[in-house]
Design a protein around this ligand. Structure first.
Ligand code: ADP
Length: 234
């Protein structure tokens, strides 16, 4: 029965082997948006290391204090910290039928750890590379605004709020996420090129298939239809 935003049916029967879609792509490629649509389609949880780290910062706990400056500067957090957060998260029972990774792995060392964790759990990865033009990325990231109350993301170009500068849901004044300021955007994109992109070759060398999905021009629902088709092929 159709029950997702895209009108597609939910995949109710889990595959024989739990599936882990791995959303891969530059900052601003839409990983978080696609991850949320996948949660609704597959009924398995989203694991976003960015969200997890931001939550620790909000809580002002040990991890939060250690990583706060890095997040503000757009610098990657140490592999050991992120690997351990993901490992703890994967120990939760809700991941038994699979999970959606968004923003992890970000380095070859993380990819190596992930492959070991997936093998140990008998989980099949599905690496989805969201391919987006550089200029589109810049426009998306510089136009991004967020509600400080409910976290909803807007974009001045593609998803403007009804009243400029104000959240549709909360009425709160929208803010620019600290790491969406221009010098930080540059650092995040450089970190992606330097540390994260090489993972694609690492996966290919290990014989893992990487599915390229063009995510430059279609609206999120259009990109999602391509991802959904890949899922149904598995
Ligand atoms: P984006 O993909 O748009 O940069 P994220 O929310 O995924 O946003 O990440 C925000 C920040 O959190 C990154 O710039 C980095 O500092 C940190 N971070 C998130 N995931 C990881 C990771 N897997 N490894 C290291 N640092 C990470």
């Amino acid at each position: 029965m159709p029950n997702t935003e895209t009108g597609a049916g939910r995949v109710d029967t889990p595959p024989e082997r739990p599936l882990a879609p791995v959303l891969f792509g530059s900052p601003g490629s839409g990983k978080g948006t696609q991850a949320k649509l996948l949660v609704r389609l597959l009924g398995i949880p989203q694991i976003s290391t960015g969200d997890m780290l931001r939550e620790h910062v909000r809580q002002h706990d040990g991890v939060g204090t250690a990583v706060e400056a890095k997040l503000k500067a757009g610098i990657l957090v140490r592999d050991e910290v992120v690997n351990s957060l993901v490992e703890q998260r994967l120990a939760q029972p809700d991941t038994a039928r699979g999970f959606i990774l968004d923003g992890y792995p970000r380095t070859v060392a993380q990819a190596d750890k992930l492959c070991a964790m997936l093998a140990a759990r008998g989980v099949q990865e599905l690496v989805i590379h969201l391919v987006v033009d550089y200029n589109v990325i810049i426009a998306r990231l510089t136009g991004r605004r967020q509600c400080p109350v409910c976290g909803t993301l807007y974009n001045l170009v593609s998803k403007a709020p009804k009243v400029p500068g104000v959240c549709d849901l909360e009425g709160a004044k929208l803010i620019v996420r600290e790491d969406d300021r221009e010098p930080v955007i540059r650092e995040r994109l450089e970190a992606y090129g330097r540390e994260t992109r090489p993972i694609l070759d690492y996966f290919r060398e290990k014989g893992k298939r990487v599915y390229d999905v063009d995510a430059s021009h279609d609206p999120p629902e259009g990109v999602f239809r391509k991802i959904e088709a890949l899922i149904r092929e598995q």
